[in-house]
Unconditional design. Sequence first.
Lengths: 251, 251, 251
Amino acid sequence: MVLESKIENDIKYLYFNDKASLNAISSGDWKSLKSEIESFEKSDQKYLVIKHINGNYSAGAQLGENINSLMEDVSNAAETLWNCKKPVISLVNGIAAGAGSNMMLLSDFIIATPETRFIEVFVRRGLVVDFGGSWVLPRIIGIQKAKSLMMTSNEINGTELNNLGVLHKLCSFEDMDKEFESLIESLNKQSFISICMIKQQIREGLDKTFSESLDLETENQNKRFLHSDAAEGMSAFLEKRPPVYKNTLDE
Amino acid sequence: MVLESKIENDIKYLYFNDKASLNAISSGDWKSLKSEIESFEKSDQKYLVIKHINGNYSAGAQLGENINSLMEDVSNAAETLWNCKKPVISLVNGIAAGAGSNMMLLSDFIIATPETRFIEVFVRRGLVVDFGGSWVLPRIIGIQKAKSLMMTSNEINGTELNNLGVLHKLCSFEDMDKEFESLIESLNKQSFISICMIKQQIREGLDKTFSESLDLETENQNKRFLHSDAAEGMSAFLEKRPPVYKNTLDE
Amino acid sequence: MVLESKIENDIKYLYFNDKASLNAISSGDWKSLKSEIESFEKSDQKYLVIKHINGNYSAGAQLGENINSLMEDVSNAAETLWNCKKPVISLVNGIAAGAGSNMMLLSDFIIATPETRFIEVFVRRGLVVDFGGSWVLPRIIGIQKAKSLMMTSNEINGTELNNLGVLHKLCSFEDMDKEFESLIESLNKQSFISICMIKQQIREGLDKTFSESLDLETENQNKRFLHSDAAEGMSAFLEKRPPVYKNTLDE
């Protein structure tokens, strides 16, 4: 078990802390990951951050362990992460491989260094892409680039990830904390319930038709009109001052 | 009510003309927008153009107005625009924000200046993305870039829109009329019914499986084989001359 | 009939060899194409390569021929190509137009020269996009760029294709054989059954919800755990040596 968590103010951090294995994820960690996300969902914390440690993000699943029912745990963790209602941020440096590469892709915001090493490593090991990667990568970078990366296991770095449109921000290792704070500061200025409902609309919209997606937008917007954040947003706009939002998830 | 329309030859122009509000759209305009599109559909005009005026495209929905049933009108207008059978072109300069930003995205061709200011502004106002934006933007620029723009309300300019693959053409304000004429000239050389059926195939294909989409292509192509435009296309090809198409929508 | 095939080692090559027509595909070729792909599927060959000849890839369907039931044959060939379980590679130079442009897009890997001339030519001929192009192109380059190319028939070259994220590799005509060999060498190092199952996951995942796609990943990965390639992958990893895979398609 290598998963560690830390809470600072309204942010929950997760790390796969195992230097020797480049932060490989042990078979027992998948259930922990799921329950860490679930406890975050129920908490007052606003942001979930999966962060590099020891110079790496994560090398993915530890090989060579007991695999009884492992895949069910892996996929349950992926589904819980993807369906997380609140923003998920990945801070990436060094190795992001296998399930580690796809955990990164299921995040809402990815900040990474040029030294990031992204590898969909599965074909090298006689395995298939998991943790949702075969669904999500073509919807981020298009079918052709996704096939290239997943069917060859070619490694790309942070600069290439940025050129493919994967990153929220590419920055040096030295600047990462600053860029992360800047993102949090920017998100904190917005209505938190709006951010979370838009995340829901994007996520569910990917599995909906245009018309169904429009229905969800309509339903969510009508709920907004009854919420104090929308009233505050309108007042602030008319009074030309920054809004002060509740920053809670009560709808 | 700020929506104005103008017809020149076979082109219908729409403007949200309200300089003081940067062309914000009033609550009464949504029904007008829908009926303007519907009358365009039934007319002999070939192209619908939503154009900047007073230095801006549109700031989106006017805040502070009566919102009774507003969202139904907004979403009905979005659905009518998206389902428009004939080509829709947006000529964009200055502010394209909120519903204005998404109206632009529902167009088939976007020509914009570097001075364009694209803002998915909803989270700043305690609202959620509407007018189809949460469905369409991830399918234009990928999930990650769509989340970045919609969950932070970060502003980007025309050059950045172009780098993300959103634009048909980036050009200076001075060159916009020329670029627009060049697009119309290029479209006028093609079979108009072909253009419209391909638009249908792309639109419906996004909600279909590969196999279902292939069925629609087959059905449409078989209709083409019976149409005079296909005969003219073949003759022109064999005679090495430009084709002269009917440019009507009779199937 | 212009379709020719050649088998070298574990690679099957297809060419549309008709210099005068820039390798246009005759009405009888569609059924041949389908049966060539089907015999490849049943064979021991690992890679299907559709290759330029006479300086061009393919100008698409021959115009001016008997079209009785033609579209059914075209779409059956497209469906068979898209569903091909093993990797499909296109080596492209010169003209890739009409059904030729879309045949290229249904390949898993596209290697092309800067002199490639990609044209979704249908609107020029009074026809509609076929061979799956209206479904696949928006999922490779996004809705807006796909509409631009398909609704105007604008021609783009290999460099532009590469900038749009369509290519596995852009290279000079002189380097193409070397780049192709390098791709095959890279694929040969991986588990072949893994490559093919990942191709299946990507293809089917495009028509599935996130959750359904995760189920397929889980099912496929559990099959991997029972296969000798996964055991060999793990041993090789632990022993820090290159793996030696079976390279067969037995599951």
